[in-house]
Write a protein that binds this ligand. Structure first.
Ligand SMILES: Nc1ncnc2c1ncn2[C@@H]1O[C@H](COP(=O)(O)OP(=O)(O)OP(=O)(O)O)[C@@H](O)[C@H]1O
Length: 271
C-alpha cells in the first residue's frame, strides 16, 4: 500500500496559470480575459510544459495544447505512446505546473492512477472511501451517507465491510473512484485505469465510471486510454500527438480518425 500514490486532495487553484513553473523556463503566458462558462469543466488554451535535461536544455512535452471539456460528461484522452497524455492529465490535476498558456479546471478535482495496488490505503473498503473525508468538517452521519452513496455509484456497496486485500484490481479501482466521488469532486482524472486489469475488470471499471458520472450532480471525468473499444462509453474524446491536441469531438469521430490512422500506418508498413 502506498498512501502517497493516492491524490485525493484538491490542489491549489491555478486560474489563470501563473508564469512561474517547475522548469524555470521563461514563457509568456497567454493573456485571456474571457470568463469560462459554468458549463465547461476543463479548458486549456495554448498550454505548454517542458522538462530540463541534465545538459540544461529544455525539452517541450506539452506544446500549444488546447481543449475544452463540458461539465457533467465522460470524456476520453487518446494518443500514441509518449505523446503527453499523462503529463497533460497531471497538469490538469494540479500535480505539475504548466509553463504558459491558460488553464481552467473546476474544483475539487481528484486523480486516480493506473496501478490498483496503489489506490487503496485503508484496511477496509468503508474506511478507504471515508479516508479522504477527514479533512471536511462533516459529522459521522454525513460521512456514512457519502460513503454509501459513492460505493453505490460504482456498484460496490455490498463490499462495504470487505478487507481491501481481498478485492480484485478492478474492484480496487472502483473503490478509489468512490473515494473521489465521496469528496464530491467536480473533475475526476483517470490515468489508464484498465491497463493492469483483465477484460471483465476493465469493462466493470469503465462502466462504473460512466454510470457514476451519469448519476452525479455534474461530475466530469477525463479517462486516459489506449483502448479504442472503451470509446463506446464516452460522451466525447480528445486525440493528442506530439504534445498537443489534434482533434476533439464525439467518440465515434475520434474512433474513425484513429482507425484510419492505424490503417494507413499498416498500409505503409506493408507497401
Ligand atoms: N520528467 C520527465 N523527464 C524527461 N522526459 C519526460 C518526463 N516526463 C515525461 N517525459 C517524456 O515526455 C513524453 C510524454 O510522456 P507522457 O508520459 O506524458 O506520455 P503518454 O502519452 O502518457 O505516454 P504513454 O501512453 O506511453 O503512457 C515522453 O516522451 C516522456 O518520456
Amino acid at each position: 500500500m502506498n498512501a502517497t500514490a493516492v491524490v485525493r486532495a484538491t490542489a491549489a487553484v491555478q486560474f489563470p496559470v501563473p508564469l512561474a513553473h517547475s522548469t524555470g523556463e521563461n514563457y509568456a503566458a497567454a493573456s485571456v480575459s474571457t470568463a469560462v462558462a459554468n458549463s465547461t469543466a476543463i479548458e486549456c488554451r495554448n498550454l505548454s510544459y517542458s522538462v530540463r535535461t541534465r545538459q540544461g536544455n529544455f525539452v517541450p512535452i506539452i506544446n500549444d495544447c488546447s481543449l475544452t471539456i463540458p461539465s457533467g460528461q465522460f470524456w476520453m484522452l487518446l494518443g500514441p505512446n509518449g505523446c503527453g497524455k499523462s503529463t497533460l492529465l497531471k497538469i490538469l490535476g494540479g500535480l505539475l505546473n504548466p509553463g504558459g498558456g491558460y488553464l481552467h479546471v473546476k474544483k475539487p478535482r481528484s486523480f486516480v492512477f493506473q496501478n490498483p495496488d496503489h489506490q487503496v490505503v485503508m484496511p477496509t473498503v468503508e474506511a478507504d472511501v471515508a479516508f479522504g473525508l477527514g479533512k471536511f468538517n462533516i459529522d459521522n452521519d454525513e460521512i456514512t451517507s457519502r460513503v454509501a452513496e459513492a460505493l453505490d455509484a460504482v456498484g460496490m456497496y455490498e463490499y462495504l465491510k470487505r478487507p481491501v486485500q481481498t478485492l480484485s484490481g478492478g474492484q480496487k479501482q472502483r473503490v478509489a473512484v468512490a473515494g473521489a466521488l465521496a469528496e464530491a469532486c467536480k473533475v475526476l482524472l483517470l490515468d489508464e485505469l484498465t491497463s493492469f486489469l483483465d477484460e471483465d475488470d476493465q469493462a466493470g471499471v469503465v462502466k462504473a465510471v460512466k454510470s457514476s458520472v451519469a448519476s452525479s450532480k455534474g461530475t466530469t471525468a477525463l479517462w486516459v486510454t489506449h483502448r479504442l473499444e472503451e470509446l463506446e462509453y464516452a460522451d466525447g474524446a480528445v486525440y493528442m500527438e506530439d504534445g498537443r491536441v489534434v482533434l476533439q469531438g464525439n467518440a465515434s469521430t475520434i474512433k474513425n480518425f484513429v482507425e484510419s490512422k492505424q490503417a494507413s500506418y499498416i498500409k505503409q508498413i506493408n507497401s
